[in-house]
Design a protein around this ligand. Structure first.
Ligand code: BG6
Length: 483
């Protein structure tokens, strides 16, 4: 049974996300046979492009960044462009005309737009009679700026689509290593007995980027690293590390376990936020040998404001999961722009042996590398070869996915788009998950916003503000850095 023809409607079809992520991912899905003949990709935007203009734009902007061009022309023929201004009822007529006669198909509305437009879009689509029983809607993050905002969006969208039709995307959940984390934990027997506070000292979750935010001030001043990365991507990773084994690999069982973790997070409120969180902002520095400006001097059509001075481009948090398995095990999360390199990883730091008979043994460490070079690395103690006194050295036991599997590692969006088209929501966030994550983040934001202090500066190209190092150092720990 191959896939059935569907209509995928991208609202924000000329935007950055569509051009950089969605269309390349759809092209690869197409080449791999994931799109049925007749499946259409309908881009909506306010620009007055027609189909040919849009195909030309995609050909010029998307094709050069792809690996290979097999089937490219056939892919282009799937594309349509409809000018839509969601604020006027007339704007919908063109789309309605294109969809007429295809009511029996699966219909996916992908909202790659700022969240304020989610409600108006959904209402407009319903009023134009476009929401069919086989419709789904995909919501891109950020879902609001706080709990109340997220609830308002969920209510607006929920008034038109049933929860089972709503796919809230967090593209980190589509990354291969992230899915592999579930397989590693729940398809191997040796880890589960030691996956708890008895054997694990702490967990670190890092999403470091070397890029800055040129041209993104409008969005980033309002978001900052905590809302942009921690509220969603990093908390989702924390859930996958900390969750109890679900009874089945199905949509509700996995999400039920994740939401229990979010609800077990110890609240970081009031003065605790000063002690357990760190925020920073990059200043001018050197990244990969090139001089780059500080956040306030990034080129942008919007000049910096007070909000720019206050926004964090780096956030670190010490979180605790208050349950039986994790009592006393800190989870350290950090994410930042303009760090030395792009590196996302989960580090599980084990405790030392209970009784050391060799001097120099360091505790084992499991590193799950999300990017670049997806893989799993376990550091073990081994004896250095040679006669004489036993000398120890940590050696890595490494699994590199690109060496172990010759297949191309698909982009996260490929996996997630295929799941949307086949109606599988397991890797998407349920309403209660998103809201539980905001409930935990809100008090931290409130404390930061109520404080006169500005984020701690760190030069671009360094590993973040000094406070982030102190966050671990006071417990005698240190961040795992590139080796
Ligand atoms: C997005 C953030 O969700 O994730 C961006 O809005 C960030 O600021 C991006 O750059 C990082 O994604 P990835 O897949 O490159 O780690």
């Amino acid at each position: 049974n191959g896939p059935a023809p569907a209509d995928l409607i991208i609202f924000g079809g000329t935007g950055d996300l569509a051009m950089r992520k969605l269309l390349p991912a759809l092209y690869h899905c197409d080449v791999d046979g994931g799109l049925a003949p007749g499946t259409r990709i309908i881009a909506l935007s306010r620009s007055g492009l027609d189909d040919a203009d849009y195909r030309g734009k995609v050909d010029a902007e998307v094709r050069p960044a792809l690996h290979g061009s097999e089937g490219w022309d056939a892919f282009l023929r799937r594309l349509r462009h409809v000018p839509v201004d969601v604020t006027t009822p007339e704007g919908w007529a063109g789309l309605a005309g294109l969809l007429a006669g295809h009511e029996d198909r699966d219909r996916v509305f992908y909202l790659a737009s700022p969240p304020l437009a989610f409600g108006p879009f959904c209402r407009g689509a319903r009023e134009a009679g476009l929401v069919t029983p086989g419709s789904r809607v995909v919501l891109e993050k950020p879902l609001g700026r706080d709990l109340a905002g997220a609830q308002a969006i969920n209510d607006e969208v929920g008034a038109i689509f049933d929860e089972s039709q709503i796919f809230r995307i967090d593209h980190y959940l589509g990354k291969e290593t992230v899915q592999n984390l579930l397989v590693l934990r729940f398809a191997n027997s040796f880890l589960e007995p030691i996956w708890n506070s008895r054997w694990i000292d702490h967990v670190q979750i890092t999403a470091a980027e070397s890029v800055g935010t040129p041209g993104r001030r409008g969005y980033y001043d309002q978001a900052g690293a905590l809302r942009d990365m921690v509220q969603n991507h990093l908390l989702q990773l924390l859930c996958l590390v900390a969750m109890e084994p679900p009874s089945r690999n199905d949509r509700e069982a996995v999400r039920d376990e994740k939401v229990k973790v979010l609800r077990s997070l110890r609240p970081v409120t009031g003065a605790d936020a000063d002690r357990f969180t760190v925020r920073g902002q990059y200043t001018h520095g050197l990244v990969d040998g090139a001089e780059v400006p500080g956040y306030l001097d990034e080129p942008d059509k919007n000049p910096p404001t007070d909000a720019s001075r206050r926004v964090e481009t780096f956030a670190a948090v010490h979180a605790e999961v208050d349950n039986w398995r994790w009592a006393g095990v800190p989870f350290f999360l950090r994410s930042g722009k303009r760090l030395p390199s792009r590196r996302s990883e989960i580090v599980v730091q084990f405790k030392n042996v209970p009784h050391a008979i060799f001097p120099g043994a360091t505790p084992n460490r499991l590193v799950l590398r999300l990017q670049p070079d997806e893989g799993i690395h376990l550091s073990l103690m081994a004896k250095e070869p040679g006669a004489g006194d036993i000398a120890l050295r940590p050696v890595p036991l490494s699994l590199s996915f690109s060496d172990a599997f010759s297949a191309r590692v698909p982009d996260a969006y490929e996996r997630l788009l295929m799941d949307v088209l086949s109606g599988n929501p397991t890797l998407f966030m349920r309403r209660d998950e998103v809201e539980a994550a905001w409930r935990w983040i809100d008090p931290i934001v409130r404390r930061w916003e109520g404080s006169a202090a500005l984020p701690e500066p760190y030069p671009a190209g360094t590993s973040g503000p000094a406070g982030a190092h102190d966050l671990l150092a006071r417990g005698g720990r240190a961040w795992h850095e590139e080796e």
